[in-house]
Write a protein that binds this ligand. Structure first.
Ligand code: SF4
Length: 344
């Protein structure tokens, strides 16, 4: 198995109680079966508490449910009672691995850090495409000739990043180019002749519908909900700055590496690009509002929180994908028109 890492991967270290938005906050904690078996044997009050709190969630997973917005083992000093009580080696797989993510594609596996962790987000914002230089092409990864779809997708992913990172153009235009290119890629995947998009007939009534959708999502943080409501009310007036785009580009880079190749199973490359478009419009407008009103909220936190609230929520991601399938306003032509009106 060919294991691939970005250059900063091994430098990452959890900053524990110094973290601005801990992974012990807002989320239920998944407990894998080997960890559960061990927890059944832990003695004393810690073991009793583990056994009392462990439940099965609506997806059939064993979890410690988040209580009052926090893991029940995250103590008042913002440290983990399980880590302190029985050692790091007995953390569940989820706790031990986060924010490390590994995606297995058969004969190669790509390792990334998640943007939902503030410290990992800082690493990604500091690093450009060169940090991912080991994420190779089909030739470098020895993809066999019978794996035509993967080989095609690897080439298309490289080209998608060329469009996204083409610094000669405003970012909204780059995203529009990226959508147009991937509409062609999608036609090839669907076994159709790629046709130019009919951009003349596309219309844009602004990004209000994207904000409406995000406000209906399952939202964990009251602060995030208030910020979304406030931004949605004047979204049309807010302009996304190119300095924000410079940071968002790193989020988009992460997102393409994290999700583009999912198309090998889903058969859809546009899902990942359309999710980037939504993320750009929502976080870019939030940033514009925060700059206008002098909110002391670093840009990193807007992108990190989007990752935590939307990217890491199975239900929210599914809601987006399903809207892409059924709502005409998310057609590539309409999103391109929307992006062009934002840039113009
Ligand atoms: S979010 Fe990242 S830095 Fe913060 S506590 Fe979790 S792993 Fe550590």
């Amino acid at each position: 198995m060919h294991e691939i890492y970005p250059s900063f991967y091994r430098e990452f270290k959890c900053i524990a109680n110094l973290c601005e938005d801990s992974c012990c906050k807002d989320w239920d904690i998944d407990i894998d079966s080997a960890t559960e078996e061990f927890y059944k044997t832990v003695e004393g009050s810690l073991g009793d508490k583990m056994r009392r709190l462990l439940v099965t969630d609506e997806y059939g997973e064993r979890i410690f449910p988040c209580t009052d917005g926090r893991c029940p083992f995250w103590n008042k000093d913002m440290l983990c009672d399980i880590y302190i009580g029985i050692g790091e080696e007995h953390l569940s797989r989820t706790c031990a691995n986060f924010p490390r993510v590994a995606v297995d594609y058969g004969n190669f596996r790509e390792h990334l850090l998640s943007f939902a962790c503030p410290e990992a987000a800082r690493f990604m914002l500091k690093n450009s495409r060169e940090a991912y230089s080991d994420f190779g092409s089909s030739t470098e990864l020895s993809i066999s000739s019978d794996d035509e779809v993967m080989s095609f997708l690897l080439k298309a992913r490289g080209k998608t990043l060329d469009y996204l990172l083409n610094s000669g153009e405003p970012f909204a235009y780059r995203l529009a180019d990226c959508l147009e290119f991937n509409a062609q890629v999608q036609a090839v995947l669907d076994g159709e002749e790629p046709e130019p998009l009919d951009l003349g007939s596309a219309e844009s009534d602004g990004c209000g519908f994207i904000f409406d959708m995000h406000r209906e999502f399952e939202i964990m943080s009251g602060e995030w909900k208030d910020a979304l409501d406030e931004t949605a009310a004047i979204a049309q007036e807010l302009r996304i700055s190119e300095s924000f785009a410079g940071d968002f580009e790193k989020f988009a880079l992460y997102y393409v590496y994290r999700y583009y190749l999912e198309a090998v199973n889903s058969g859809d490359v546009l899902y990942s690009i359309k999710r980037i478009v939504c993320a750009y419009l929502v976080t870019g407008k939030l940033d514009a509002l925060f700059c206008e009103r002098n909110y002391p909220y670093p840009r990193m936190r807007i992108l990190q929180r989007y990752s935590k609230e939307v990217e890491h929520s199975y239900d929210n991601t599914e809601a987006l994908n399903s809207a892409f399938d059924s709502d005409e306003r998310f057609k590539a032509e309409n999103l391109i028109s929307l992006l062009e009106s934002e840039a113009g």
